[in-house]
Ligand binder design. Sequence first.
Ligand code: AMP
Length: 228
Amino acid sequence: MDGAQVTATAPVFILLGPPGAGKGTQARMLQDAHGFVQLSTGDLLRAAVAAGTDAGKAAKAVMEAGGLVSDDIVIAILKDRLTDEDCARGVILDGFPRTTGQAEALDELLAEAGQHINAAISLEVDDAAMVARISGRFTCGNCGEGYHDVHKPTAVLGTCDKCGNTHMKRRADDNAETVAQRLTEYHKKTAPLIAYYEGKGVLQSLDAMGEIDAITATLSGMVREAAG
Ligand code: AMP
């Protein structure tokens, strides 16, 4: 990880789980509570698409179809982000790695930096509930706070609780057809990573079907322990 800011003392956490498991929501909570940096390859790719970069152009159609963007593109984007100064605080990888190739590339990057994975935490959820969960979600267009029509509505309809903004966003790939494809991809290419990290002795699992706050509290404890 030449020039990367992740240092030997910076903890590295991975959140594993299918789309809709709550990786983004929980990663943001951990960022707020512990000061680690949430690194979402989905967010980085959406920013690349919006900016019209070469990587964004290559990724756009794949993302819209619910497929996985090529390892080369995703690894390059992640590596680039890791060189930012804030990553020296420690990182929470949200949505990366998603393939064995990405996991192996991450191992190499961390080994070069004398760094290791503190924990890979698998958010365990019931697949059938994921489509409903995803189709109700939206975020604040200003601060990015996540909401859900049923599970986490805004206190005042259409107004962000955190920043008061009234422009809410729904993701283009959060429709039933694309979600089904994303779940298929997850089971085929990403679920094997649970065994991968179990084999490395860093896997922890968490029932992520309950209340968001209770899950955050449990996750926070796991992270505090593993960061030490
Ligand atoms: P997410 O925001 O994590 O749900 O990701 C949204 C979409 O971005 C996914 O459905 C993929 O098309 C793409 N994507 C995000 N992270 C990765 C990754 N690590 N590898 C491949 N594609 C990814």
